[in-house]
Write a protein that binds this ligand. Structure first.
Ligand code: ADP
Ligand code: ZN
Length: 211
């Protein structure tokens, strides 16, 4: 099963992707994570990506599409994968259809008004876990692995505003793109990660929920 995860920044794509990857034995491929690893490693791609990410803009399509194409060409993807953060515009979606075969698009639907607080209160761990300050009770380390939590550089109000705008203008139209292909599964992303996960699993079980 090859799945595209769609949703606004902060909708919970990353959280749901890692839970889904565990349950369905899928590979979790996040373009955001790939860019952040490149930034950390000081690579050429990392330097280029940073200049866009800091502004809440999309990294150019040629760079992003090449990265995903190369990644999907690796053998370990044969068991199925979950694309988190790609495609993010119509061009990328059409490119993806040239080199991959997507079964479903899972859209996590969260009212845009909730996202600023969700993202600005987000604290993340290098192990992949993420939390919201409101549930940490003052803790500053990861409940799963004990490492110090940190805030992503682009999780500040100004950049988040730009990311939400980019999402509305460029990414949201992909909902209709996948709907037209009969591949869209949309779930309500409001609630705890566990609640949303249960909804997703139900929706994946019942094709009637596909819209
Ligand atoms: P979020 O979904 O919370 O915004 P991501 O980790 O998915 O976070 O992405 C962070 C940033 O990385 C984006 O704002 C964008 O600049 C860049 N990025 C990630 N995926 C893509 C993509 N498919 N195309 C272009 N830029 C991307
Ligand atoms: Zn951790």
């Amino acid at each position: 099963m090859n799945v595209v995860l769609l949703g606004a920044p902060g909708a919970g794509k990353g959280t749901q992707a890692s839970m889904l990857a565990d349950k369905y034995n899928l590979l979790h491929i996040s373009t955001g994570d790939i860019f952040r690893a490149n930034i950390k490693g000081g690579t050429k791609i990392g330097k280029l990506a940073k200049s866009y990410i800091d502004k809440g803009q999309l990294v150019p399509d040629e760079v992003t599409c090449d990265i995903v194409k190369d990644r999907l060409a690796q053998k370990d993807t044969s068991c199925g994968y979950m694309l988190d953060g790609f495609p993010r515009n119509l061009f990328q979606a059409k490119e993806l259809d040239k080199f991959a075969s997507i079964d479903y698009c899972l859209n996590i639907d969260v009212p845009l008004g909730l996202l600023m607080d969700r993202i600005c209160g987000r604290r993340v761990c290098t192990c992949g876990e993420s939390y919201h300050v409101s549930t940490l009770g003052g803790a500053t380390t990861c409940l799963k692995c004990g490492k110090e939590l940190y805030q992503r550089a682009d999780d500040n109000p100004e950049t988040v505003g730009a990311r939400l705008k980019t999402y509305t203008q460029q990414t949201a139209p992909l909902i209709d793109y996948y709907k037209a292909q009969g591949k869209l599964i949309s779930v309500d992303g409001n609630g705890s990660p566990k609640e949303v996960f249960a909804r997703i699993c139900e929706a994946l079980k019942a094709p009637a929920n596909r819209i």
